[in-house]
Each structure stands twice: as structure tokens, then as C-alpha cells.
Ligand binder design. Structure first.
Ligand code: NOJ
Length: 570
């Protein structure tokens, strides 16, 4: 019989010092500017997060992942970093950061911060130096500068497109006022790509990793981890040349800037830094790479874990879920990492909305949402085109399934409230996302999942802060607020709290065994401790396996599991 002494409480050293704490962690992503605003300026801040630590503790998460909080002009929501070792004054100070880290740790919650190594902002000290320095200088060599094509160099060095649309090169004005060289930016113009062949760049990021690790940060989320190293020959291939090479270009690591093999030399060096600490600092790669090439990012000699966005891109469909789960567990096993699962983050349309659309997979990338044929958010209005009720029901079922899986579950702020994407309630003039502007409104962008959280049913900015909100909150936020959900039996918040608490208790070896349900649209699996999860992806009620029902995403109907619902049994 286990005694109470053998059960680690949240803050016990045995739990906090466990080097494997990340393997099956529930990680809650905070987009700091939209979480909680402590000083009423309409922008969320670090003191706001500190004040909400009791909320996070009650939610039952193991770690917080903080999206960038560094000084930034917000040309890309903070992913345009001016200074990697500081806090944006609008969000607080380094002292506020320390207080927040301390409060999280005191509540038994680990802290992961975002590192953005592919590009800085164009206001970064080094980039300003590069602009002021002459062509060929050491200052320019920290970034990727090239002469333009054509007689006067007025054509970009290649026809490559940036991820946010428009050219991936920007021309500068030289210090003497003449039109000059071009610099590469895979993302927005305000995000110049670093030259990772330059040792100064490599050293500076090691310094940054140590800086935050020394401040008690437990892990890092690595932004576009697959883009850092480049192979840019004198004559650059055209987009058509690259496309003609098909998938092999990616599978063989031959693309000039995506997922090149030599990027792993960087992460091997970073791993040494992570291992200087006890417990070793962890890292998770954001790497949108071919599944066959993901394992190296997740290897113990590299970053240790990598996001897979496969489930996020799947329809609410039993066969797609089962295939994705099986494949990813096998992959994680082969790499020595644990798997990662995610349905929502700051880049994609919230899953409660995706699942209410006819074809969820089409809108998985928030960056892509609103493209031709997917005008629902731009023109249709939320209530008309999204089946809100079905979307939420499926989202709850999917999340409960995710929490039963072996591996780490990554949650995005607001999904525990069942929040829907905010659509046409954000006027064009209020939008912030560069993907909206660089695509001239064709892509709606990612603002809809970044609207400040509603904490209360009424009051200024629904309790987000004492002032306004940097993105407009729709009226229906009142019913989704923490206050409303706390007052409502069976709310999504209550479901998340129950499930996360049980998850912590029930996790065992990182395996699962599929059970035969006799139906193609019903999935069931058992974890090694006799904990069973069943999801009905169809519409006809499904019989339940043996066991006591611990929690269900929708009420059972006459002892059966209704459609679009998940239950856990033991
Ligand atoms: C991925 C981040 O998640 C996204 O928000 C950002 O725009 C790009 N990387 C560029 O940093």
C-alpha cells in the first residue's frame, strides 16, 4: 500500500528536481500581452501573470510556456526581438520576471521561455549597426546581406517569398543615402535573418540561454528551429527551381534555408549548455518539418523534444486520430523523446472554432485562415458560419483525449474556457498581425486567437485589466469568462481542472494499448495503469468499456457515450 509519504506534492523537490519532469507534462502557453494586465494600460504584463499564479495552480498544469516578453516593436507579436536578455518595459522589468518565476516555482509550476534565434527585430542593436556599417563589414556579416540583381542592383537577390507574403528580401538605404544592399527575412521585413555561420551569433545565443537558465528558467521553446542555417550560393535558385525538385529537396535536407542537416550542430552545442544545469534545461523545437526528419530535433543530443502538429492538422476523425497518435508515439520512441500534442496555439485558429467548420483541416493554420474559399471569419460572422456548439463539443472531446495520451500536452491560454476564435468582430483597422497586412487582407491572420482573456462577466476588458484591451473583446466573451465558467456546472474550465488533476495522478509508462471498439468511428485505448479513454467521433451513442467513469466531456446518455464525446474510465 503506498503511504502518503510516497506521493510527491506539487512543490516537493523530488518532483521539481526530476530531470524527466517534461516527459508527460501539461504545459500551458501564455501569450503575455493578452493574459492579464496589472497596470491598466491594455497590455498584459508579467505582474499580471504573477497575480494569476493561483489560477494556474488550480488549473493543474505542470509548466508555463511564455511567448516572447522581450523588448519589441511588435511587428510580429513579440517574435521580433530587440534585446534577448531583457523585458519589454510595457510588460515589466527583470525584477518582475524574477518575482513571476519565483511565484510559479513556489506553486510547483515550471517555466519555459521562447527563444527566437532565426531572426532579430530590425531595431536590434546589431541590425542598427549593420545598417550604419559599410557593405562587407563585420557588422553586416551577422545578418544575410546581398547585392541585388540587375544593372543597378535594384532587383532582389532571388524571387523567394516570405512566410507572411511579399518578398523575402528588403533593400536598404546605405549610410550615404544611396539605394543599397538587400537583406533576407523569411518572416516580416522587420525580422532580419541572422547569419548562423557567424561565430558571434552562435556565442551570443549561448549567452542568452545561460542568462535565462541562471534566472531559473526550466526550459526553452525554440522558434522556427528548422530555419537557422542557410546555404546561399552565389546564384540563388528561383522558387520554380526549388519547386521542381519536389519533396526530395526537403527529405534530403537540400533546401537553401529550411531544415538543413547542419542546424543540428547548433543544437548539439546548446544541449551542452542545457546539461550544465541541474535538472538539465529542457527544450522543445518548433519545427514544421517532414515527419521523417523530426526525430533529430527531438533527440537527447539535440533539443530533446519537438512539436508535432499532426493532430492539430487532422480532422475530427477517428481514423486520422488513431493513425496520427500511433505514428507519433512510434517516432517519439525512436528518438528517445516523449511525444507532444497540441490543438491550439497563438498561430492557429482555436480548435473550438476549427471543429465547428465543415472541414477542420483546411483552417488548421491560423496563418492560412481566411484564404480564398475560407472567408468565413472575414465575411460570414462567427455565429452564421461556425457551428459553435458542435465545435466546442468536439474540442472538449479532443482535449480530454489528448490529456489521456502519453507525452506532453501543450495547451493554449483560453482553451480551458472553450474560447472560440474572434472573427469579424476585429475590424481591419484594429488588426495587428503582419500576415494580415502583408497579404493585403487575403489572409485574416492570427489576431483572433490573441484577444485578451476574459476573466469576469462584466467590467473593464472583462477583468483583463483596469483599462482597455489592445485587441477588441466581443460581447460573447462574458459567457466564456473564468467567472462565468466557475459558476457553471460542467463548464469547460471545470472539465479541464478535473482532467488535469486526474492526469497527474494517472500517468504511468509512456505507452497505450488500442482496444477493439467494434466501430470505425469510436477509438478506445488503455494506459498501463488500467485507465481507459474512449472517444466517440460519430453521432450514434457508443457503449462504454468496463470500469468506473472518472470524467466525460459531455454527459453520458443512458449509460452510453454520445457522439463527439470522450470519457475516461478506470
Ligand atoms: C513561429 C511563431 O510561433 C510565430 O508566431 C512567428 O510569427 C514566427 N515563428 C516567426 O517568428
Amino acid at each position: 500500500m503506498p503511504t502518503t509519504a510516497t506521493v510527491a506534492t506539487r512543490t516537493d523537490a523530488s518532483r521539481m528536481d526530476d530531470p524527466n519532469w517534461w516527459r508527460q507534462a501539461s504545459v500551458y502557453q501564455i501569450y503575455p500581452r493578452s493574459f492579464a494586465d496589472s497596470n491598466g494600460d491594455g497590455i498584459g504584463d508579467l505582474n499580471g501573470i504573477t497575480a494569476k499564479v493561483p489560477y494556474l495552480e488550480t488549473l493543474g498544469i505542470d509548466a508555463v510556456w511564455l511567448s516572447p516578453f522581450y523588448p519589441s516593436a511588435l511587428a510580429d507579436g513579440g517574435y521580433d526581438v530587440d534585446d534577448y536578455r531583457n523585458v519589454d518595459p510595457r510588460l515589466g522589468s527583470l525584477e518582475d520576471f524574477d518575482r513571476m518565476a519565483h511565484a510559479l516555482h513556489a506553486a510547483g509550476i515550471k517555466l519555459i521561455v521562447d527563444i527566437v534565434p532565426n531572426h532579430s527585430s530590425d531595431r536590434h542593436e546589431w541590425f542598427r549597426e549593420a545598417l550604419a556599417a559599410p557593405k562587407g563589414s563585420a557588422a553586416r556579416d551577422r545578418y544575410i546581406f546581398r547585392d541585388g540583381l540587375g544593372e543597378n542592383g535594384d532587383l532582389p537577390p532571388s524571387d523567394w517569398e516570405s512566410v507572411f507574403g511579399g518578398p523575402a528580401w528588403e533593400r536598404i538605404t546605405e549610410p550615404d543615402g544611396t539605394p543599397g544592399q538587400w537583406y533576407m527575412h523569411i518572416f516580416a521585413r522587420e525580422q532580419p535573418d541572422f547569419n548562423w555561420d557567424n561565430p558571434e551569433v552562435r556565442d551570443d545565443f549561448l549567452k542568452t540561454l545561460r542568462f535565462w537558465s541562471d534566472r531559473g528558467v526550466d526550459g526553452f521553446r525554440i522558434d522556427v528551429a528548422h530555419a537557422l542555417t542557410k546555404n546561399l550560393e552565389d546564384t540563388l535558385p528561383s522558387t520554380a527551381d526549388l519547386e521542381a525538385q519536389g519533396e526530395a529537396l526537403y527529405l534530403e535536407g537540400r533546401h537553401p534555408y529550411w531544415d538543413r542537416d547542419d542546424v543540428h550542430d547548433i543544437y548539439a552545442q546548446w544541449r551542452k549548455v542545457f546539461n550544465e544545469y541541474n535538472p538539465p534545461r529542457t527544450a522543445v523545437a518548433e519545427a514544421w518539418v517532414h515527419a521523417d526528419r523530426r526525430a533529430r530535433y527531438a533527440s537527447p543530443e539535440g533539443l530533446g523534444q519537438a512539436f508535432n502538429f499532426d493532430l492539430l492538422q487532422a480532422d475530427f476523425d477517428a481514423a486520422q486520430f488513431r493513425g496520427t497518435i500511433t505514428k507519433n508515439l512510434a517516432e517519439a520512441d525512436a528518438s528517445g523523446a516523449s511525444s507532444t500534442w497540441v490543438f491550439s496555439n497563438h498561430d492557429v485558429v482555436r480548435h473550438a472554432t476549427r471543429y465547428g467548420l465543415p472541414a477542420a483541416a483546411d483552417s488548421a493554420g491560423g496563418i492560412m485562415a481566411g484564404q480564398a474559399g475560407k472567408q468565413w471569419l472575414l465575411t460570414g460572422g462567427r455565429q452564421q458560419d461556425v457551428d459553435v456548439e458542435l465545435g466546442l463539443r468536439r474540442a472538449r472531446a479532443a482535449s480530454l483525449l489528448m490529456f489521456a495520451l502519453p507525452g506532453s500536452a501543450y495547451l493554449y491560454q483560453g482553451e480551458e474556457l472553450g474560447l472560440q476564435e474572434v472573427g469579424c468582430e476585429i475590424a481591419d483597422s484594429e488588426r495587428q498581425d503582419p500576415s494580415f497586412f502583408r497579404n493585403k487582407g487575403v489572409e485574416i491572420g492570427r489576431d483572433g486567437c490573441r484577444v485578451p482573456l476574459p476573466w469576469t462577466t462584466a467590467g473593464s476588458s472583462f477583468g483583463f485589466g483596469a483599462g482597455g484591451s489592445h485587441l477588441p473583446q466581443p460581447e460573447w466573451f462574458a459567457g466564456s469568462s473564468v467567472e462565468a465558467q466557475e459558476a457553471k456546472e460542467g463548464s469547460t474550465l471545470a472539465l479541464y481542472r478535473t482532467a488535469l488533476a486526474l492526469r497527474g495522478e494517472l500517468q504511468a509508462a509512456e505507452t497505450l494499448e488500442w482496444l477493439d471498439t467494434g466501430r470505425d468511428d469510436v477509438l478506445a485505448f488503455r494506459r498501463p495503469n488500467g485507465w481507459t479513454c474512449i472517444t466517440n467521433f460519430g453521432t450514434e451513442p457508443a457503449g462504454l468499456p468496463d470500469g468506473e467513469v472518472l470524467v466525460s466531456s459531455s454527459p453520458l446518455e443512458a449509460g452510453t457515450l454520445p457522439g463527439s464525446a470522450t470519457a475516461w474510465l478506470r
